[in-house]
Design a protein around this ligand. Structure first.
Ligand code: SF4
Ligand code: MG
Length: 338
């Protein structure tokens, strides 16, 4: 059967004054209904750009898209702006870090949620208002029938995130893209929002793409994980596979800079040295090689000259020249430390 969301060899290239930025350079994955895919990577890895491409929110004047994205059988890359607009907010919607950027300061929370609902359903004002109160109640806003008349600035940060989630889900979308939606929140509110998303997913059966730089968040919510580096996928698998037995040095590095899966463990937090690669002039060979502690272990200096291919078998794979034996040996410390 065709997967609900399918991406094949996506390329997103931006033209800039300095040349072409290959923000995403050959990305493929599938996502089933009701499942959560975590996309993880540092900033500039291409994760947000990937999702802007799904939503069709890139600027066509300077952005070239190539590859295939199908949502429920509908091809998105070749879709018209009108078709995309009909899909956005309805079949697919998005929440992100800064609720204030998606909520207008000039209109009440209720007016904005109602407007989204009416635009896609043709419901009456009265129906839309009732639906908005119901959604606000669902996301845990106290006294929703009163607070619906508030403006965004009258809500706390956590409540604004909840209101944004209510707006994103009001049309019962089948795909929700969540781009670092909890990054700006304190830990307690962050946990509440994650619980809320999981509950809503159970209730609505929404497929979620959850974008984050934080593997701790992935551990909490994802079914499958895709690790991005320099515009490419470097490792993919189920959450358990990727977090418990990472097969790529970059993933290992990300895990090293995150506290343990099951609570505090005495593993020192070591951020990955160096900085993300330029996507204007990406490093030759493996894009991670300038930062990789294992690059010298591969025969013939391949890491600096040959780009490793990503081989996926049963949804599991990584793009690295190290042999399975080398990985077992070199990553053993990691396994015992966890
Ligand atoms: Fe490191 Fe080489 Fe593997 Fe790239 S291919 S991650 S540089 S060992
Ligand atoms: Mg981003």
């Amino acid at each position: 059967s065709t997967p609900f969301l399918s991406m094949r060899d996506l390329r997103v290239h931006f033209s800039t004054e300095d040349g072409v930025v290959k923000a995403v350079d050959g990305l493929s994955f599938d996502l089933e209904k009701g499942k959560t895919l975590g996309i993880v990577g540092e900033s500039g890895s291409g994760k947000s750009v990937t999702n802007m491409a799904i939503l069709g929110l890139h600027d066509p004047r300077n952005t070239a898209l190539d590859g295939e994205i199908t949502l429920d059988g509908k091809e998105l890359i070749t879709a018209t702006e009108r078709e995309l607009e009909q899909l956005r907010g309805n079949k697919m919607s998005m929440i992100f870090q800064d609720a204030l950027a998606s909520l207008s300061p000039y209109h009440t929370i209720g007016a904005q949620i109602s407007e989204t609902y009416r635009k896609h359903t043709g419901a009456s004002k009265k129906e839309a208002r009732a639906r908005s109160v119901e959604m606000l109640r669902r996301v845990g806003i106290p006294q929703p029938d009163v607070r619906i008349n508030d403006y965004p600035h009258q809500f706390s940060g956590g409540m604004r995130q909840r209101a944004m989630i209510a707006m994103a889900l009001v049309c019962d979308p089948e795909l929700l893209i969540a781009d670092e939606p909890t990054t700006a929140l304190d830990v307690t509110v962050q946990a509440q929002i994650m619980d809320l998303l999981k509950d809503l997913q159970q209730e609505f059966g929404t497929a979620i793409i959850f974008i984050t730089h934080d593997l701790g968040v992935i551990a909490d919510i994802a079914d499958d994980v895709l690790v991005m580096y320099g515009g490419r996928c470097v490792e993919r698998g189920t959450k358990e596979e990727v977090l418990r037995s990472p097969q790529h040095p970059y993933t290992l590095g990300l895990l090293g800079s995150m506290p343990s899966l099951d609570g505090p463990v005495d593993v020192p937090l070591t951020p990955i040295p160096g900085s993300p690669p330029s996507l204007l002039n990406p490093p030759t060979g493996c894009r991670f090689h300038p930062r990789c502690a294992f690059a010298g272990k591969v025969e013939g200096g391949l890491c600096a000259t040959d780009q490793p291919t990503l081989e996926i078998v049963d949804g599991r794979g990584s793009a690295c020249h190290l042999t399975p034996e080398q990985k077992r040996e070199f990553f053993a410390d990691f396994a015992t430390a966890r």
